[in-house]
Design a protein around this ligand. Structure first.
Ligand code: NAG
Ligand code: NAG
Ligand code: NAG
Ligand code: NAG
Ligand code: NAG
Ligand code: NAG
Ligand code: NAG
Ligand code: NAG
Ligand code: NAG
Ligand code: NAG
Ligand code: NAG
Ligand code: NAG
Length: 525
C-alpha cells in the first residue's frame, strides 16, 4: 500500500543508499555511521538526535507511532503533523535531499584536480526576471558554474540505480536509460567557486504566436544588445545570484517599464560556454504574474508514490498533467499584455534543466526559480519557497500574483496563504489542485488553517484543469462555484475521510492510516 508517508520513508531509504554510495566507496556497510538526514527538523514523538543513527531509530519510530495510536479519537499532533519528522509531513521528496557536491563528488568518483582541469567550465543560467527602477531595468542573474567529470556509462548506471526503486536501469527502454543517466550526470558535477561570469544580451526573437508555448505575451525589444559582467565571484558552491542594472543602449534600446505594458524578452548568453543560454523577462511594474509550482500541477510526478515519483523524475519523459497546458495557453492568450509567468520549483538547481526544457516546450515562456545550493541544509530546505516567493513579491511591489500548486507540499500550504495575509493587495488568486481528493495514491493530509480569514473567492481547491475554466482572474473571481471546497481550516484529507472535526481522526481513518504507515516503515526496516 502506498501513502505519502510511505513515499517519504522509502525515499529516505533511497537517500540513505545514496549517502552510502557516496560517503562509503568501500562497499562495507556501516549503518551505525549513517547520520540523521537533513530534513529531520521537527523534534518530539520520534527522537532524532544528531548523534544517533536514523537507521537504528527506525524501530523506535514504529513503536512510538503505534503506541501513540491506541484509541479512536487520537489527536493529530501525535500521529501526524507537528510531532513527526518533516520528511513525513513536508512534501519535500527525500531523493532531492543531500545531493553530493564538489569534493564529495570528486572523492566518490576517484577523480582528481588534474582530471577536472581538462574539463570545460559549464554554466547553468536560470531564466531571470527584471524589474523597472530609477536606474532602468534591473535583472536578477542567477545560476551555477560547474564542471562535469568524465564518468563512464557503467558507473553512471550504478549511480542511477541508487535512485531507482525495484528497477534496474538496464531494464528500462533506451530513451529512459538516457534520461536517467542525464539526470544522474547532472547531479554528479563539481561546482566552481570564486569564478567570474559575464554575459552577452540581445533582443530575443518572437517564439511562436501569443499563447503558444514560449509565447507568453512577451515582445521583442527594439534593441538592448550589450555585454554584462556579473559584479561578484561565485560562492563556494558555484552559485551566483544578484540584481544587476542593464544599460539602455543608445539608438533604439529597451522600452522603458513605464512606456510599455508588454513583457520584453532578451536572450542571455554566458561567455565561454554554450551551456549558459537563458531568456530574461523584463516585467513592467503593473500586471499579473502567475507563480507556478511544477511537480504534480504542471506535470505528472506523483511524489507521494516513491517508485513512481522516482521513475517520473529520473527516467520517463516529463508528461503534462491532463490538459493543464491548454488552461495556461488560454491565460497567456486572453489575459492582458502585462501578464508574466514565473515557474518556481524547490527542486535543487542541478536537476532542473529537464524542468526548463519541459516547460518551454509545453507552457508559456517565463522566468524560473529553483533551489540554490546554499539552501540544502536544515532549516533552509523548508524555508526556500518562502524566501524565493518573498523575493519576487518585493521585486514587484505593485504587481498582482496568482499562486498555483497542489496540496501535497506543506510548504505551499503554509506559504501561499501567509503571503495573502502579508501582502493582501498583491495576491489575486490561489489555485491548489487537491491531490488528496483525487489521487487514491496520495493519503497525505493537507492543512488549510492558513486560509482562515482570507476572502473565500480568492482561492480554490480544484480537481481537474477544466475546473479553472471561465474564471475572471483580472477581477479577482478565482472560485468556480460548482466545486465544493470543504475547507475546514485544519488538517484534512478526503480519501482518509478527515474533515477537521477538531483535529481528531475517525476510527476507520486511524486504522487505514496506521496500517499504511506501518507497512511503509517496515519496508525500510
Ligand atoms: C518613466 O520612468 C523613468 C524612471 O523612473 C522616469 O524618469 C520617467 O519620468 C518615467 N516616464 C513616465 C512617462 O512616467
Ligand atoms: C572519458 O574517459 C574515457 C575512459 O574512461 C575515455 O575513453 C574518453 O575519451 C574520456 N572522454 C573525454 C571527453 O575525455
Ligand atoms: C574576478 O574579477 C575581479 C574584478 O575584475 C577580479 O578582481 C578578480 O581577481 C577576478 N577573479 C578571478 C578568479 O579571476
Ligand atoms: C561584447 O563583447 C564582445 C567581445 O568580448 C565584442 O565583440 C562585442 O562587440 C560586444 N558587444 C557589445 C554589444 O558591446
Ligand atoms: C544563499 O546565497 C544568497 C546569495 O547567493 C544569499 O542572498 C542568501 O542569503 C544565502 N542563503 C543562505 C541560507 O545562506
Ligand atoms: C531608451 O532610449 C530610448 C531612446 O532615447 C527611449 O525611448 C527609451 O525610453 C529608453 N529606454 C529606457 C529603458 O530607458
Ligand atoms: C546557446 O546559444 C549558442 C549561440 O546561439 C548556440 O550555438 C548554442 O548551441 C546554444 N546552446 C544550447 C545548449 O542550445
Ligand atoms: C498587446 O501587445 C500587442 C503586441 O504584442 C499590441 O499589438 C497590442 O496593441 C497590445 N494591447 C494592448 C491593449 O496594449
Ligand atoms: C540532459 O538533458 C538536457 C535537457 O534536454 C540537455 O540540455 C543536456 O544537454 C543533457 N545533458 C547531457 C549530459 O546529456
Ligand atoms: C526592484 O527589485 C529590487 C530587488 O528585489 C528591490 O529592492 C527594488 O525595490 C525593486 N524596485 C522597484 C522600483 O520595485
Ligand atoms: C480563457 O481565459 C479567459 C480570460 O482569462 C476566460 O474568460 C475564458 O473563460 C477562458 N476560457 C476557457 C475555456 O477557460
Ligand atoms: C469535498 O468533499 C467531497 C466529499 O468528501 C469530495 O468528494 C470532494 O472531492 C471535496 N472537494 C474538494 C475540492 O476537495
Amino acid at each position: 500500500m502506498h501513502t505519502n508517508t510511505a513515499s517519504h520513508a522509502l525515499l529516505l531509504g533511497a537517500t540513505l543508499q545514496l549517502a552510502n554510495a557516496i560517503a562509503l566507496p568501500d562497499p562495507t556497510p556501516v549503518p551505525a555511521k549513517v547520520e540523521a538526514r537533513a530534513p529531520l527538523v521537527t523534534p518530539a514523538a520520534i527522537r532524532f538526535e544528531g548523534d544517533r543513527s536514523y537507521v537504528l531509530d527506525k524501530r523506535n519510530i514504529l513503536s512510538d507511532i503505534l503506541s501513540g495510536v491506541d484509541g479512536i479519537a487520537q489527536s493529530w499532533g501525535s500521529v501526524l503533523g507537528t510531532d513527526l519528522p518533516s520528511f513525513f509531513t513536508d512534501g519535500i521528496p527525500a531523493w532531492w535531499q543531500d545531493l553530493p557536491t564538489g569534493s564529495q563528488v570528486m572523492s566518490s568518483l576517484g577523480i582528481n584536480d588534474d582530471d577536472l582541469d581538462a574539463r570545460p567550465t559549464e554554466v547553468l543560467n536560470i531564466p531571470p526576471y527584471a524589474n523597472w527602477t530609477d536606474q532602468g531595468w534591473n535583472v536578477r542573474f542567477h545560476g551555477n558554474v560547474y564542471k562535469v567529470p568524465n564518468i563512464s556509462e557503467s558507473k553512471l548506471n550504478d549511480l542511477a540505480n541508487v535512485f531507482l526503486i525495484d528497477t534496474d536501469i538496464e531494464d528500462l527502454p533506451p530513451d529512459q536509460q538516457a534520461q536517467a543517466r542525464n539526470l544522474t550526470q547532472s547531479i554528479f558535477i563539481v561546482q566552481q567557486g570564486h569564478e567570474n561570469v559575464s554575459f552577452y544580451l540581445e533582443p530575443a526573437p518572437m517564439q511562436g504566436a501569443d499563447g503558444e508555448p514560449g509565447g507568453g505575451n512577451a515582445i521583442t525589444p527594439p534593441g538592448g544588445s550589450q555585454n554584462i559582467t556579473f559584479p561578484y565571484e561565485t560562492t563556494v558552491e558555484g552559485d551566483f545570484d544578484a540584481f544587476v542594472p542593464i544599460k539602455n543602449v543608445s539608438g533604439g534600446g529597451l522600452l522603458a517599464g513605464n512606456e510599455t505594458n508588454n513583457v520584453q524578452r532578451l536572450n542571455v548568453y554566458t561567455d565561454g560556454t554554450l551551456t549558459g543560454n537563458a531568456t530574461a523577462f523584463l516585467v513592467p511594474p503593473q500586471g499579473i504574474t502567475f507563480i507556478s509550482d511544477i511537480d504534480d500541477i504542471l506535470r505528472v510526478t506523483k511524489i507521494y508514490n516513491p517508485k513512481e515519483g522516482l521513475l517520473n523524475s529520473f527516467a520517463r519523459p516529463f508528461t503534462p498533467w491532463m490538459n493543464m497546458p491548454d488552461i495556461y495557453a488560454n491565460w497567456s492568450r486572453t489575459l492582458p499584455n502585462d501578464t508574466h509567468f514565473h515557474y518556481l520549483t524547490t527542486t535543487p538547481e542541478q536537476g532542473t534543466r529537464l524542468y526548463m526544457d519541459f516547460i518551454y516546450k509545453t507552457y508559456p515562456g517565463g522566468s524560473f526559480d529553483t533551489r540554490p545550493l546554499n539552501f540544502s541544509d536544515v532549516p533552509n530546505t523548508l524555508s526556500i519557497r518562502q524566501y524565493l516567493l518573498t523575493k519576487i513579491f518585493q521585486t514587484f511591489p505593485t504587481r498582482k500574483f496568482v499562486l498555483v500548486a497542489d496540496t501535497s507540499n506543506s510548504d505551499v500550504m503554509k506559504d501561499y496563504p501567509q503571503l495573502a495575509h502579508d501582502y493582501p493587495n498583491q495576491v489575486q488568486c490561489i489555485f491548489l489542485r487537491n491531490t488528496s481528493a483525487t489521487d487514491p495514491e496520495d493519503f497525505f493530509p493537507y492543512d488549510t488553517s492558513g486560509f482562515k480569514g482570507l476572502n473565500n473567492r480568492s482561492y480554490m481547491f480544484f480537481h481537474v484543469p477544466d475546473d479553472l475554466q471561465g474564471l475572471d482572474i483580472v477581477n479577482g473571481q478565482c472560485l468556480n462555484q460548482s466545486i465544493p471546497q470543504n475547507v475546514t481550516f485544519s488538517r484534512q484529507d478526503e480519501v482518509l475521510g478527515i474533515h477537521g472535526a477538531g483535529g481528531k481522526l475517525t476510527g476507520s481513518a486511524t486504522l487505514s492510516f496506521v496500517v499504511a504507515l506501518a507497512a511503509a516503515i517496515l519496508v525500510v526496516l
